[in-house]
Design a protein around this ligand. Sequence first.
Ligand code: NDP
Length: 283
Amino acid sequence: MAEIIDGKAIAAEMRKQIAADTNELIGRDVTPGLAVVLVGEDPASRVYVSMKEKACAAAGIYSVEHKMSADTGEAELLTLIETLNADEKIDGILVQLPLPDHIDEAKVLEAISPQKDVDGFHPYNVGRLVTGNPVFQPCTPYGVMKMLEFTGVDLKGKEVVVVGRSNIVGKPVALMCLAQHATVTVCHSRTVDLPLKVAAADVVIAAVGIPEMIKGDWIKKGAVVIDVGVNRVGDKKLVGDVEYEAACENAAAITPVPGGVGPMTITMLLYNTLLSAKRRAEK
Ligand code: NDP
């Protein structure tokens, strides 16, 4: 049976270290600060923002929420971002997505100072990731890499298959694996013979958004499986993109859903905010 990669436990251990480092920085008069901008009333976004704020408070990180009404104009939002860019107490700026349709999301993300872009979505930071010299790495794929590190997976020379090519998960995680000397295959909706591709993988990273579409019997014996997918089936149940029980028969190690990658994303947001504050302290 597969080893379960416990995202909750890894996240808890990392958050303990983040809190200790934050405390040490506060002792040097640098309090890490995160500004969260929420436009509109999307209920899921509200929940995410409140989880982020609670996580900041638990780690000792100062956080401030800027709540704006759904009819906020783009110019007003850009002015707020300019103010936050210049605010010395703020190390990280996070604009909760999605934004209302009348606001140009790309323009807003590009207005955030790359030095405070703790989500890692600014094109400058994307470019720095591509060239192997990252400033901030996006939180979910970075969390995947930390889980592999904690599990003791050395990616050098390994065959990694990433299923999904989104800008927030698939593409960045592929680049991060490449930076660690894996041989990376990125699959997507037009990939021919996905089962064959997955069967060749030493490490499978699934980020599709289709419940259990990657079958357990595709997984090579001894492979490591990271399931980023979060899919609600029925009323309450959450499942991943991988057929979990069957995959456990073949995998050496696997992340569950829930309790796998999920808890890592906010942890990496705290990590990036702290990293930014450490850079400020060194200035
Ligand atoms: P997107 O919808 O942006 O991307 C999905 C990708 O899957 C696309 O590249 C798409 O290909 C590919 N795909 C779709 N159908 C198939 C198929 N039949 N075979 C192979 N590939 C396919 O999703 P995200 O990357 O944003 O998210 C992926 C999953 O991860 C979701 O379940 C999401 O909820 C979850 N997630 C979890 C997070 C966490 O914190 N745990 C954070 C972010 C996401 P194509 O490009 O060709 O359309």
